[in-house]
Design a protein around this ligand. Structure first.
Ligand SMILES: [Ca+2]
Ligand SMILES: [Ca+2]
Length: 362
């Protein structure tokens, strides 16, 4: 047993060394790594076909390195809110939903006659602030899918932003006639413009962030129209009416897969070994789950500090694939890194393999 422990320690050190080299390579812009999958009980052994492998998930982006034993994952705490056509009622009046998912409907054209000049309201969209303690400052970009029916019309888009309480009254007016776009054209186009959002502390999580979309007509034309198109799933996401780069809590359900290619059952866990710039992470939880179980919380960061650095052992069954998922909420712009070992315990022993996973959170 003593011999085992000593070699395990030596192996652990050599793994850390290789991991450090990887990180240095990564910081030079090329994170291509050689093998550092290593078996603790045979410290010099390199195996070309490990029984448990890492695979890409469907959320965020990831690059899997040699032998599927290490990976770099990129995720972001920034969210987009898409203007949908579905309605909700607040205080007896209709509002449309802003949703985190892109258009999923046939689409709707909000239309108004351009027979007078001035700002014409095209609709009021809302996002309920459930689970959101604040919306930190960031530069938002508004995208408006619009057209006009006569070239004589001159018009642009803009918005009002407010916080509406669940009884329908306005809690706070944030901005009026901001995010003014360029000129609306005859054929449909998606106009974009940035807006500097100032940090807002949520007073009540039942409140709504409300964005009212307007088209302002500066040269009128009778019997002709200006149109705002929303929730059209036939449009590419880049062309849909939406607001991007908002700091809201973000859940990534399937960042990576851990695939047991073997018929033996293994136990796995995550263990943090390094991090940088995590002070901006209000909440970051990295967890395991499969199709049927609940979630196994492995690593937890709250208010910029680790609450849990080592996860509990989790059963990876015969030929099973499980997912690594995460939730992220940041309070400022920046790039945070969490360096993690995926530890894979060899059945019937106390020794384990260590794979390296680097989480990059922007
Ligand atoms: Ca929809
Ligand atoms: Ca305006």
């Amino acid at each position: 047993m003593l011999g085992y422990e000593l070699t395990a320690r030596t192996a652990s050190r050599s793994i850390l060394l290789v991991a450090t080299i990887l990180i240095l390579l990564g910081s030079l812009g090329n994170a291509e790594a050689s093998v550092y999958y290593s078996l603790s009980k045979e410290s010099q052994t390199t195996i070309t076909s490990p029984p448990v492998i890492l695979q890409n998930g469907t959320a965020g982006t990831s690059i899997i390195y040699t032998n599927n034993t290490s990976t770099k994952v990129n995720t972001t705490a920034l969210q987009a809110l898409y203007a949908h056509q579905e309605l909700t009622v607040i205080g007896g009046l209709n509002y449309s939903f802003l949703k985190l998912n892109s258009a999923d409907s046939a689409g709707e054209t909000r239309s108004t006659e351009a027979d007078t000049t001035g700002r014409k309201i095209m609709g009021q969209w809302v996002y309920q602030l459930t689970g959101v303690s604040s919306i930190p400052a960031s530069t938002w970009t508004f995208y408006y899918r619009v057209n006009k029916t006569d070239s004589a019309i001159e018009a642009h888009c803009d918005v009002n932003i407010q916080i509406r309480m669940s009884d329908g009254t306005v809690r706070q007016t944030i901005a009026t006639d901001v995010a003014n776009s360029g000129a609306i054209t005859l054929s449909y186009s998606t106009l974009s413009v940035t807006y500097s959002w100032v940090d807002y502390t949520v007073v009540d999580e039942t409140d709504y962030l409300e964005i009212d979309f307007y088209i302002e007509v500066t040269t009128k034309k009778n019997n002709d129209y200006v149109n705002l198109r929303v929730d059209d799933s036939t449009l590419a996401e880049a062309n849909q009416t939406r607001v991007t780069d908002i700091y809201l809590p973000n859940t990534y359900d399937y960042v990576l897969r851990v695939n047991n290619t073997d018929t033996d059952s293994w136990k796995i866990r995550l263990k943090k070994y390094s991090n940088s710039s995590i002070g901006r992470l209000q909440n970051c939880t990295i967890y395991f789950h499969n199709a049927t179980d609940g979630t196994s919380s492995q690593l937890v960061i709250e208010n910029g500090s680790f609450i849990n650095e080592t996860g509990p052992w989790y059963d990876l069954g015969d030929s099973e694939t499980i997912y690594i998922a995460m939730t992220v909420q940041a309070n400022s712009t920046g790039t945070s890194y969490v360096y993690v070992h995926l530890e894979i315990r060899i059945p019937g022993t106390t020794t384990y393999l260590q794979y390296v996973i680097t989480f990059e959170i922007t």
